[in-house]
Design a binder for this molecule. Sequence first.
Ligand code: FAD
Ligand code: NAD
Length: 404
Amino acid sequence: MSNQKPRVVVLGAGYAGMMTTKKLTKLLRPEEAEIVLVNKHNYHYQTTWLHQVAAGTINQNQVRMMISDVIDTKNRVKFIQDSVVEIKKDEKTVILESGELQYDILVVGLGFESATFGIPGMKENAFSIQTINSSRLIYDHIEYQFSRYKNEEGNNEDLLTILVGGSGFTGIEYVGELTESVKKLCKKYDIPRYKARIINVEAAPSILPGFDEELVSYAKASLEARGVEFRTGTMIKECKEDGFVVGEDEEKIKAGTVVWTGGVQANSILGESGFEITKGRVTVNNDLRAPGYRDIFILGDCAWAMDKENDRPYPPNAQNAMQQADTAAYNIKSLIYGGPMQEYQFDNKGTVASLGGSEAIGTVFDRQLFGKPAKTMKNVVDNRYLFLLGGPRLILKKGRLKLF
Ligand code: FAD
Ligand code: NAD
């Protein structure tokens, strides 16, 4: 480290980037380090609420907040609104769309992108829930298809079918929200509800593979009762503009809207910048640094951090991203002062998933939650994040104020 105060550059203002920046401002005084945050937009958004934007059940403005509202970008953190193009790790330089940026310590929190596993046509033809804009586009498309059905000749009912590939938590939370919006769209366009279909296709024998069986049964029954059709044990082989090709017999399931929620991988900028990739994410050491690079921390959905006890990677979720931010900030201070590095350990407090309306499921501290209590817990979890980021003021502005 040079004699000048070090420059810590944080890439991405998602859960990992925002919480690392916030924590660094608490751990380091202005004379100890310059902190620079780079993000595509001047706002931060709650990725965990994007399925609601994609279903039209929440206003996009509720999901995003100005970065300058929660981080002191006037006096403490230098904010650069720009897109990262490449990381030149051996030159300690980040290439941005409109310039270059040198760093002493780098934190990468550039988030996820949809993983399509080379399925033909998926990238080109399916929508995916990735950003505010990609999510808005999905809802606008669904409504457009309903409007076409009503206004075009031929009564093509396929236009009213929404096909969702993958029933991990994103797919399941999304079809749950769709049950709400489809009901409203049918009313708005004067279409009988039974004509609009929501179909979820999953390769595994059950939805939410690997999750608690009782909760899975509850979720399935609740969603089916509200009109979701499941095709489990059905592998998607190809995606066409108007549907999926599935299974050994290459059956075609037609739809007016096709959405892929079949998995995530790290932002591809990392692979393109030469980082070592394991199953789509960047391999990191226990202290969250990229192997061989003492000054680069990789966090959140970009990182493949191993849970050694259970011999599997930590999950790419917001809870993990936020906890990694704490360890990274601590380790950055240690790096500046030559202290010991902390090993990252994920403390899993549970999982709660919404199923649309007042329905949800979850396990919290090893207790199962169903229906309204689970929904309340989900709202509490969401509000807790807002509290950590911006205190009670942010909960009042953006929070889930109706808890029950
Ligand atoms: P992100 O939050 O995705 O942030 C990445 C940031 O980087 C964004 O601000 C983006 O604009 C910015 N960025 C990207 N590329 C560039 C670039 N080239 N230049 C500059 N900036 C860039 N997890 C949970 O724990 N609980 C949940 O309930 C939950 N629900 C979810 C619901 C949905 C619909 C989805 C999709 C995911 C959900 N997850 C949930 C997972 C969770 O959202 C992610 O694990 C989490 O967002 C990862 O945080 P991150 O900071 O790594 O990335
Ligand atoms: P995922 O990888 O968890 O689920 C993808 C699903 O798609 C899997 O069930 C998989 O079997 C299926 N799939 C993959 N290829 C297929 C094919 N060819 N045909 C049919 N099905 C196929 O991805 P996700 O749901 O986007 O979740 C990503 C991460 O975000 C996870 O860590 C998840 O826990 C987290 N998340 C959490 C919440 C929550 O806690 N409420 C909500 C959303 C996402």
